[in-house]
Design a protein around this ligand. Structure first.
Ligand code: PLP
Length: 427
């Protein structure tokens, strides 16, 4: 047999002969057994992505909080909980998911601009590690809620460092004009207010400048801005226990070359050491880089539709399964699950949903026939967690591959399940 041929940036995927495998599992076998569309995740790829972050900070005090909005399926949360991660949650729903997967409450941080009183109560009840607070108004409400429960809410303030992460505007969050965080110039005042509130205990400071960042420079700018603020806050008499740098690195979607996690730490820690902060308690909230390249979405070619201007390859996965192209014009590589030797043709790969925005890839060279299987790569992050029932399509199942073993971590959603909470008007 030919030696396996790995796909660049996809550590878990390799062609053996003309068949694509995830770890030791032939993907066409999974599609046969579970149908398509189907998400397949490699546990090994998730753990090796995590290991790169862990290697990078050996000898320091760092808590990794997996930003589970990237993929909030219970089986995925379980992988990271068992590997010792904390979690960054943004809703009571995400909080409940971590607890259901036996994630430790004290390693949960709660981010988001619009936490409700009931979400605050649930998080305080669970005993989470920290609220990342995004406004003075939120601080007041949180203090109030905590007092009504006779506790103090542990808090860090999310600051907006006004750093350009050089990514898509929809996933750029740390610039002036963004709805996120407290403006740089108001930060010390906000900390003074927090320290004076009876229901608040100041713990740390955090930021999150954006997602799919493929350069080190924006992180280093953010570190400098954050440390300036820590110095100013501590000079005002308010100790800062931890410094949280927000989300993690970007991934390889289309030949992108983000730095490795250990390289990022190397440069960030050099800066932190240079300014005397290297022994502080540090935190990071990676999402995409822990799961993105660990997942693929398998889909069947339903029809090939030649056209005057374009050829269409119509597949059974759609924007409800893979929303990133429609939302941010994002690129996912699309490869055959079983390669053919025929010459490729150029196709727009599209789904069955009734929207022109329902495309998965434009102008792709593919040697395919009706009934073939395609794999949409880098589908582990911000795909299933953003999936919807648009066009009354059930959400796809998810399989976790661990070596030669497979685990169904989500079953295909039926129409009956979609209609569960609806009712006809009774007369
Ligand atoms: N932390 C916060 C507050 C976020 O909003 C996000 C995502 O946007 C993340 C962490 C995760 O970012 P990433 O998936 O780029 O690592």
């Amino acid at each position: 047999m030919n030696s396996p041929h790995n796909l660049p940036g996809q550590p878990q995927l390799a062609y053996r002969g003309n068949e694509l495998f995830c770890e030791d599992i032939r993907l066409s076998d999974l599609a046969k057994e579970h149908g398509t569309p189907l998400f397949v995740y490699s546990k090994g790829a998730m753990l090796s992505a995590l290991a790169a972050y862990q290697r990078g900070f050996a000898g320091r005090t760092v808590q990794i909080c997996y930003a589970m909005k990237a993929n909030s399926s219970l089986g995925v949360i379980q992988v990271f909980a068992e590997a010792g991660c904390g979690f960054d949650v943004v809703s009571a729903g995400e909080l409940q998911r971590v607890l259901a997967a036996s994630g430790p409450a004290e390693k949960i941080i709660f981010s988001g601009v619009g936490k409700t009183r009931s979400e605050m109560r649930a998080a305080l009840q669970a005993g989470i590690g920290c609220f990342n607070v995004e406004s003075e108004a939120e601080l007041e409400v949180l203090s109030d809620v905590a007092l009504s429960m006779n506790v103090k809410a542990p808090v860090s303030i999310r600051v907006n460092p006004n750093v350009d992460p050089k990514t898509h505007p929809y996933i750029s969050t740390g610039l002036k004009g963004s709805k996120f965080g407290v403006a740089h110039e108001r930060v010390v005042q906000t900390y003074q207010r927090a320290a004076a509130l009876p229901g608040i205990q100041v713990k740390g400071i955090d930021c999150h400048i954006g997602s799919q960042i493929t350069e080190v420079a924006p992180y280093l700018d953010a570190v400098d801005r954050m440390l300036d603020l820590v110095e100013a806050i501590e000079a005002a008499g308010i100790p800062i226990h931890h410094i949280d740098f927000g989300g993690g690195l970007g991934i390889n979607y289309n030949g992108d070359t983000p730095p490795s996690a250990d390289d990022l730490w190397d440069k960030m820690l050099a800066k932190l050491d240079g300014r005397g902060f290297g022994q502080r308690h540090l935190m990071i909230e990676p999402g995409r880089s822990l799961v993105g390249n660990a997942g693929v979405c398998l889909s069947e070619v339903l029809y090939l539709k030649p056209g005057e201007q374009k050829n269409f390859c119509i597949i059974d996965a759609a924007m409800n399964d893979l929303p990133r192209p429609a939302m941010y014009q994002a690129y996912h590589q699309i490869v055959p699950v079983c390669t053919r030797t025929a010459a490729p043709a150029t196709y727009d790969v599209v789904g069955p949903v009734c929207e022109s925005g329902d495309w998965i890839g434009h102008d792709r060279a593919l040697a395919v026939q009706q009934g073939d299987l395609l794999a949409v790569l880098s589908a582990g992050a911000y795909c299933m967690s953003m999936a919807s029932n648009y066009n009354s399509r059930g959400r796809a199942p998810e399989i976790l591959v661990d070596g030669a073993q497979t685990h169904v971590i989500r079953q295909r959603e039926t129409v009956a399940e979609q209609m569960r909470y609806e009712s006809l008007v009774t007369r």
